[in-house]
Design a protein around this ligand. Structure first.
Ligand code: HAM
Length: 438
């Protein structure tokens, strides 16, 4: 009997996991530079947490949620996003107690959405996200967006990305707009899909970003939220835009951007790739402010703000760009031995070098020198070390520098220093060449 992975999931190994880890290292470093602390919440939560926050009528809840009853009859859901769980943990653990400013939390987690799988649209995927909890300052909005931009800059994606931004205003203004939308769409009932008809009463906003109906002219011409925004809402948004201008961050105001999650109020934004190879999976980052979520999750009347970046999508975007991955999987040295008895010596030497911080590869059971040398080359090792009876009797080991093609017999106790010196010499050479523009 054979088994295959569930549709829309991925086994992470080889270069893929190296790419994942390279990205993760950068993102975690950036998060710390911005003074965020890591949080890890459970992979599953009570279903209601997501229906209440992400929204009962959102696609994520109605179509994409992985939910089930556990053996105790509880309604459980695998998390489809990271904000709700982070807010729940913040409230439940009273992280706000004895704290004045915002709590700044980041996460790097797996998520689950029952979507139609394709590259960059997975049923299990990963996000790096950040949340400012208890934020009152518009400068947090500016910092949050510029942090996302900085991440994309770091990876060299700045020229392939558009920042789309919109102002959803306060909740009250949005309700007035929603009432108007209900009236407006009621005139077009015969042109709405069944999905949209179902959303008409509960949440007509979702019709605006519906993949099919969203493209229809009467939907594009629907009343705009801008008409309902107060002076205060507009001033807040202008301040964000002024901040982005000051930081040289370009943006496009997109008044159809409502985002697929119900908790947003105020600013919402997406960073979308313009790379033609990424059509359909081009949104790399999504985020915004949420004024009511913390309170509705049982916490104080604080506002939150954040964004999340999809790791699988970022990998696709980087592969489609000029980005050069930095990971180097090659070992420093490959060690072989002439026979089984000397394999113990090889094992000891390998351990010694590893304890000194060198990456050492071996393939025990292969004794022929030629075969071992080939393995060392195939693995891209810098040095090929071979232990044979003739030399080890004189306490020496044969070492070949596979880059410079020099060979030496090195006393066992000098092996580490020898390899270290040769490595430094090679680095010096590389630097010299770079300097001379070779
Ligand atoms: P989101 O827009 O639903 O926002 O997801 C953020 C990012 O996750 C997307 O831009 C995309 O890169 C990635 N993503 C989403 N679905 C998939 C999928 N099926 N396969 C692969 N990647 C995917 C949120 O989740 C909000 N919680 C972001 C946020 C944080 N807002 C405030 N704080």
């Amino acid at each position: 009997m054979t088994f295959t992975k569930p549709r829309g999931t991925q086994d992470w190994f080889g270069e893929d996991i190296l790419k994942f880890n390279e990205i993760a290292d950068v993102l975690v470093t950036v998060a710390k530079l911005y003074d965020f602390e890591q949080i890890v919440t459970p992979t599953f939560e009570n279903l209601e947490l997501f229906t209440k926050s992400v929204g009962e009528t959102s696609d994520i809840v109605t179509k994409e949620l992985y939910n089930f009853q556990d053996k105790g009859g509880r309604n459980i859901a695998l998390r489809p996003e990271g904000t709700a769980g982070t807010v729940r943990a913040y409230v439940e653990n009273k992280m706000y107690a004895n704290k004045t400013g915002p709590s700044k939390l980041f996460y790097l987690i797996n998520l689950f959405r029952y979507e139609r799988p394709q590259g960059g649209r997975m049923r299990e995927f990963h996000q790096f996200g950040i949340e400012y909890l208890n934020t009152t300052s518009v400068y947090d909005d500016i910092e949050c967006i510029s942090m996302a931009q900085n991440i994309l800059n770091y990876f060299g994606l700045a020229d392939e990305i558009v920042l789309k931004i919109n102002n959803l205003g306060s909740f009250k203004q949005r309700l007035a707009w929603i009432e108007e939308l209900k009236k407006y769409f009621s005139n077009y009932k015969n042109q709405l899909s069944e999905d949209s008809l179902n959303r008409l009463e509960k949440n007509p906003l979702r019709i605006l970003d519906d993949k099919v109906d969203g493209e229809k002219d009467f939907v594009k011409n629907a009343p705009k939220l801008a008409q309902y925004l107060t002076d205060e809402d507009n001033e807040y948004f202008s301040k964000i835009l002024r901040g982005l201008n000051a930081l040289n961050i370009s943006y496009e105001i997109d008044d159809s951007l409502v985002r697929g999650l119900d908790y947003y109020t105020g600013v919402v934004f997406e960073f979308v790739s313009t790379n033609k190879n990424l059509v359909g999976k081009s949104t790399l980052i999504g985020g915004g402010r949420y004024a009511n979520l913390i309170k509705e999750t049982g916490g104080p009347d604080y506002q939150g703000l954040g964004f999340a970046i999809g790791i699988e999508r970022l990998i696709l975007a980087l592969d489609a760009s000029e980005y050069e991955w930095n990971f180097d999987n090659a070992p420093d040295a490959f060690i072989g031995a002439e026979n089984e008895e000397l394999t113990m010596v090889a094992l000891g030497v390998a351990t010694l070098l590893r304890n000194m911080g060198m990456k050492v590869s071996t393939e025990y059971g292969e004794y022929k020198k030629d075969r071992n040398a080939k393995l060392a080359i195939r693995k891209n090792a810098n040095f090929f070390i071979y232990i044979d009876a003739k030399n080890i009797d004189n306490n020496k080991i044969s070492v070949e520098n596979l880059e410079t093609k020099t060979k030496d017999l090195v006393p066992v106790e000098e092996l580490y220093e020898y390899i270290q010196k040769q490595t430094l010499d090679m680095l010096d050479k590389d630097l010299e060449n770079e300097f001379e523009g070779n």
